[in-house]
Design a protein around this ligand. Structure first.
Ligand code: CU
Ligand code: ZN
Length: 170
């Protein structure tokens, strides 16, 4: 059988196609002198993406937690990460609302030890298409997200930042 140049190219492209991403991680670093650090894993599940976070160095209480548009933590105040990741042009809300920013992941709550954990399945975020969070920023805020003030949830300054990167599948 004679392979046409197109067939050869198509075969090469198929061989080089990467496996779909099923897991991602964001390692959070402090912004300014906040002392906040942590890590967030995102794992593909049937219903969406499981979000699992452990963040330390927080003030005790509730802190807004979002995926922001840009995976750029270079500014000392985190402003380089842009606003909430909102590919659909929707209002700010909570992670379980029908109309929301794709990046709206609600809040994390830190105990007296400054540690917050989070574990829920997000039905909106994913690793492909317009809602792909790969390469976007993860921001933890100084204050609570009220899940209604537009467009930020009034969560105050940014205290931790990380970039969502592809992780090795389990
Ligand atoms: Cu945010
Ligand atoms: Zn939002």
């Amino acid at each position: 059988m004679k392979l046409t140049p197109f067939a050869i190219l198509a075969a090469a492209a198929a061989a080089a196609a990467p496996a779909p991403v099923t897991k991602a991680v964001a390692v959070l670093s402090p912004l300014g002198s906040s002392g906040v650090s942590g890590s967030v894993t995102f794992t593909k599940v049937a219903e969406g993406v499981r979000v699992s976070a452990r963040i330390s160095g927080l003030k005790e209480g509730v802190h807004g937690f979002h995926v922001h548009e840009f995976g750029d933590c270079s500014a000392p105040d985190g402003a380089s990460a842009g606003g909430h990741f909102n590919p659909g042009g929707e209002p700010h809300a909570g992670p379980h609302d029908a109309a929301r920013h794709t990046g709206d992941m609600g809040n994390v709550t830190a105990g007296a030890d400054g540690v917050a954990t989070l574990d829920y399945v997000d039905a909106r975020a994913g690793f492909e298409g317009p809602n792909s969070i790969l390469g976007r920023g993860v921001i933890v805020h100084a204050n609570a997200d009220d899940l209604k003030t537009q467009p930020t949830g009034n969560a105050g300054g940014r205290v931790g930042c990380g970039v969502v990167g592809t992780a090795k599948a389990d």
